[in-house]
Design a protein around this ligand. Structure first.
Ligand code: GUN
Length: 280
């Protein structure tokens, strides 16, 4: 049996701490504010944005939403971003992905002022992470590191295996684990004999988006298993990338889905907005 890493509880604790911090900042005349841009209507994005808005409300961060027509032109999206970059009252800008296919999301992310890039997607922040400089770190990977820290799971010298190489999770998380002195291996869709690699992991992270991909035979006894997956099964239930029922029998620590990494992402976003306001 493993220890359950309770992301929901930890995220709540972080949000309470941020609320107190924002109260102090407000008294000093600093009012953190997040701008969120959503293009078109995507059901999942609507839920994510609602959660972000609720979290801002609870903490005392101002929130401004920009809902753009799905047929908007790239130049109009860029001009909105430029306007928000120039606005003194806004500390964080988040472009909710996905956006319609006719738009270039990379160009849009790159247009966001890196000092307001609370998602940590701008090349300057990605580069800062790579060389170990302070910047904005992508929220989900930052949340995973926070979980490990809060549960006193030391990663130094440990073998960490990350399954998934996305720009949002797999790559930045591998970088963070490396910066924390873990020995890091990244597995992906072309990796051969994946089981031989995952079996060696002291810390195993699943971030590939396939329900029950990580089965018990892929996990070393006593490993720490972090499940970043958010998938819907046939019954519409939220499930992770790990076969939780069987893997939890041999892991030392494991994150559930829901209530694991998910709530940490929003908490770290809020932390990034507060950090941006303080830096300014
Ligand atoms: N879509 C799903 N997750 C995220 C996220 O963390 N940031 C942005 N901008 N879009 C997302």
């Amino acid at each position: 049996m493993s220890v359950l890493i309770n992301g929901k509880e930890l995220a709540q604790k972080i949000r309470l701490g941020l609320k107190e911090e924002v109260e102090v900042l407000t008294k000093q005349g600093i009012n953190p504010k997040l701008a969120v841009i959503m293009v078109g209507s995507d059901k999942a994005s609507e839920v994510y944005v609602r959660n972000k808005s609720k979290a801002c409300n609870e903490i005392g961060i101002a929130f401004e939403e920009f809902l753009l027509d799905e047929n908007i032109k790239m130049e109009d999206l860029l001009s909105l971003i430029k306007g928000l970059n120039a606005r003194d009252d806004i500390n964080g800008i988040l472009l909710q992905s996905p956006i319609p296919k006719h738009l270039d999301i990379r160009q849009a992310f790159n247009a966001i002022d890196y000092k307001k890039d609370v998602d940590g997607f701008h090349p300057v922040n990605v580069g800062k992470l790579a060389i170990g400089e302070e910047g904005f770190v992508s929220c989900t990977p930052a949340g995973v590191m926070k979980m490990l820290e809060e549960y006193n799971i030391n990663v130094e010298g440990k073998r960490a295996v990350v399954i998934g190489r996305s720009n949002i999770v797999g790559k930045p998380l591998s970088q963070l684990l490396l910066n924390a002195n873990a020995t890091v291996t990244i597995c992906h869709s072309r990796t051969q004999n994946i089981k031989e690699i995952t079996k060696q992991a002291d810390i195993l992270v699943a971030a590939l988006g396939k329900p029950k991909f990580v089965t018990a035979d892929m996990v070393k006894e006593g490993a720490v298993v972090i499940d970043v997956g958010i998938n819907r099964n046939e019954e519409g239930k939220l499930v992770g990338d790990v076969d939780f029922e069987n893997v939890e029998k041999l892991a030392s620590y494991i994150t559930p889905v829901p209530g694991g990494v998910g709530p940490m992402t929003v908490a770290m976003l809020m932390a990034n907005v507060v950090k941006s306001a303080k830096l300014k």
